[in-house]
Ligand binder design. Structure first.
Ligand code: NDP
Length: 284
């Protein structure tokens, strides 16, 4: 993995990490999924994204099993707290249980999964407290649109936000209009979820697109690799594809080596146009 993205505190993380939604939920698949995650780690995808929500903790437990035997300092573990747990009453318990399932004593990054009814100021205060206690190194948000980020910036210590994780892929480029420029202006990276549009499920026909096949063929790469190279093309987006297969994990890690040419990017723009006006955040 050669491409890295700098966080606001200058920590470098791999531009392609590993998503884990739906992993660990079916006992018959756990072995293969664990193997895929290990293969991914060894290929440089040391950033692993999970959430207390995923399989009600089963995804975190699977990661916990996978990472025993790896040097914890070389991993970058991200988890997310449910909005209804992201306040003074419950965040401590949520975080402790996440740490227990992961078998670690700190998270590299803890995200508010999406906005709920607990005031942002309270969530930020709680995140800062978890930092002081050493349970998390930094915090961020997820599914925040531009207005939410602006509101966060008005909250005390809200500017300590390290990442905003949102849906982004070639066929869903809405954030390029105002959210991505806002994030760039404020020096906070975007973490792109569903970077493969769930293998095309979120956008019918994506994997049958002739332009993607042509670009892939020109580089000897798969369509998934072209999609990942597109997502991380500017050096300030982290993509977190999920796979339960080790051959796909290798594919995804190798996508970091693929450089799309100016012409190819123009061709992609022609078919999958960038937004001409405000598009509200896509969410799954
Ligand atoms: P992705 O866009 O990552 O697509 C996953 C699908 O792509 C799977 O079906 C997988 O199947 C397939 N796939 C992966 N790699 C390849 C490959 N190289 N070739 C062919 N197919 C491939 O979807 P997700 O929804 O999982 O999003 C990624 C991650 O983002 C999640 O796992 C989660 O961690 C995070 N997320 C966060 C959200 C939030 O609200 N913050 C919301 C949604 C996701 P296979 O197993 O067969 O490889």
């Amino acid at each position: 993995m050669e491409k890295m993205v700098a966080l606001p505190d200058e920590t470098l993380v791999p531009a392609i990490g590993q998503g884990t939604w739906l992993l660990g939920e079916q006992s018959g698949k756990r072995g293969k999924e664990a193997e895929a995650l290990k293969t991914g780690i060894e290929a440089g995808m040391t950033l692993i994204d999970t959430a207390e929500m995923y399989g009600d903790g089963k995804s975190e437990e699977l990661i916990g099993e996978v990472i025993t035997g790896y040097d914890r300092n070389r991993l970058f573990l991200v988890s997310k707290v449910y909005p209804h747990n992201a306040g003074r009453k419950r965040i401590g318990k949520s975080c402790t249980e996440t740490l227990k399932r992961l078998g670690t004593d700190y998270l590299d990054l803890y995200l508010l999964h999406w906005r709920g009814s607990i005031p942002l100021a309270e969530t930020v205060e709680c995140m800062e407290q978890l930092k002081k206690e050493g349970k998390i190194l930094r915090w961020g948000v997820s599914n925040f649109d531009t207005e939410d980020m602006e509101e966060l910036w008005r909250v005390p210590e809200g500017k300590n936000c390290a990442v905003n994780q949102v849906l982004y892929h070639l066929a869903s480029r809405g954030i390029e209009y105002d959210l991505l420029p806002w994030m760039r202006e404020h020096g906070v990276p975007v973490m792109a979820y569903c970077p493969l549009a769930q293998a095309g499920d979120l956008k019918r026909g994506l994997y049958e697109s002739p332009v993607l096949s042509e670009i892939g063929a020109a580089h000897g790469c798969s369509i998934s690799q072209v999609l990942l190279a597109f997502a991380i093309r500017n050096g300030d987006i982290i993509a977190i594809p999920r796979t339960g297969k080790k051959e796909h994990a290798l594919d995804n890690a190798k996508a970091a080596e693929l450089e799309l040419t100016e012409e190819e990017l123009l061709e992609l723009d022609r078919v999958f146009s960038a937004p001409a006006g405000k598009v509200y955040l896509d969410i799954v």
